[in-house]
Ligand binder design. Structure first.
Ligand SMILES: [Ca+2]
Ligand SMILES: [Ca+2]
Ligand SMILES: [Ca+2]
Ligand SMILES: [Ca+2]
Length: 271
């Protein structure tokens, strides 16, 4: 029988995917292998479904495409202790089309805080949605380069991260407002915040200049993705950091996403 690794490699090289995948009898060298059936060779990849209509960024999930997408949990406490439901709770959905990745976040947060009006100052210490994107699912270090992005989308909708500039490889804090368009609103009765985001995807050749063009997304594309919420409740700093994907801490430190794309979830764009 094939090892799982060999099967995965075969599937990758031959572009096969899907559940109940059957690999027919293969002969390699002098070894004949019998039929191997695996439940789902792409199990490690989380599917993101294509939006079958235009998504309007208006903080309203009225599109039928959103109705069809499944909720995913935003419940991994990466910083802070004793997080109560009242303090923060959230969930999210994802969709894609050729232009962008779309994110719908539904959350409740007892105190909305934006203590640092300058998006270039301690942007992680204000309430913000943090969107991690690794365009080619490469994993690896991205803290001071564009191998991946850790976009902090603040309540003022400014998008902050750090990286090289158009003229220098030295990494600086800057805004990337043309990468993510977003709108949010809070319901009068339930106080639930609905935050809708359109995320343009840039690869690791990105430089902040006018020539930078987002990727045209296609079916089967694999990417690294993670979502988090920085919950600050008016004390000037983030008390909790809640992610979408479990992270194994290093010496108890689970706040690794801003440094390495190795901890992101691997997702795949599907029909
Ligand atoms: Ca909408
Ligand atoms: Ca809170
Ligand atoms: Ca990358
Ligand atoms: Ca808050």
């Amino acid at each position: 029988m094939f090892s799982k690794t060999l099967i995965s490699k075969y599937v990758k090289n031959n572009g096969l995917a899907g559940s109940a995948l059957t690999i027919a009898m293969m002969t390699t060298g002098n070894l004949a292998h019998s039929i191997a059936v695996i439940d789902d060779a792409s199990k490690a990849l989380t599917p993101i479904y294509r939006a079958d209509e235009a998504i309007v960024i208006d903080a309203k999930a009225l599109e039928s495409a959103w109705q069809k997408a499944s909720w995913r949990a935003l419940d991994q406490v990466l910083i802070g202790e004793n997080l109560s439901e009242d303090d923060f709770n959230g969930r999210y959905k994802l969709l894609w089309d050729s232009e962008a990745l779309y994110l719908l976040v539904e959350l409740q947060d007892d105190v909305l805080a934006d203590s640092h009006p300058d998006p270039l100052v301690n942007y992680w210490d204000d309430d913000c949605v943090e969107v991690f994107i690794d365009e080619d699912a490469s994993g690896g270090d991205h803290q001071f380069n564009y191998n991946a992005f850790a976009y902090h989308v603040g309540l003022d909708r400014h998008v902050s991260d750090m990286g090289p500039t158009a003229t220098s490889s030295e990494s600086v804090i800057q805004t990337y407002n043309d990468h993510i368009q977003s709108q949010w609103s809070r319901a009068l009765d339930t106080h639930t915040i609905t935050w809708e985001l359109k995320i343009s995807i840039f690869d690791d050749s990105f430089l902040p200049n006018s020539d930078a063009k987002p990727q045209v997304l296609k079916q089967h594309k694999e990417m690294g993705f993670m979502l988090a919420y920085c919950d600050a409740d008016g004390k000037g700093s983030r008390e909790h950091f809640i992610g979408s994907y479990p992270i194994e801490g290093i010496n108890g430190d689970k706040n690794l996403g801003y440094k390495t794309a190795d901890v992101f979830e691997k997702v795949q764009l599907v029909k």
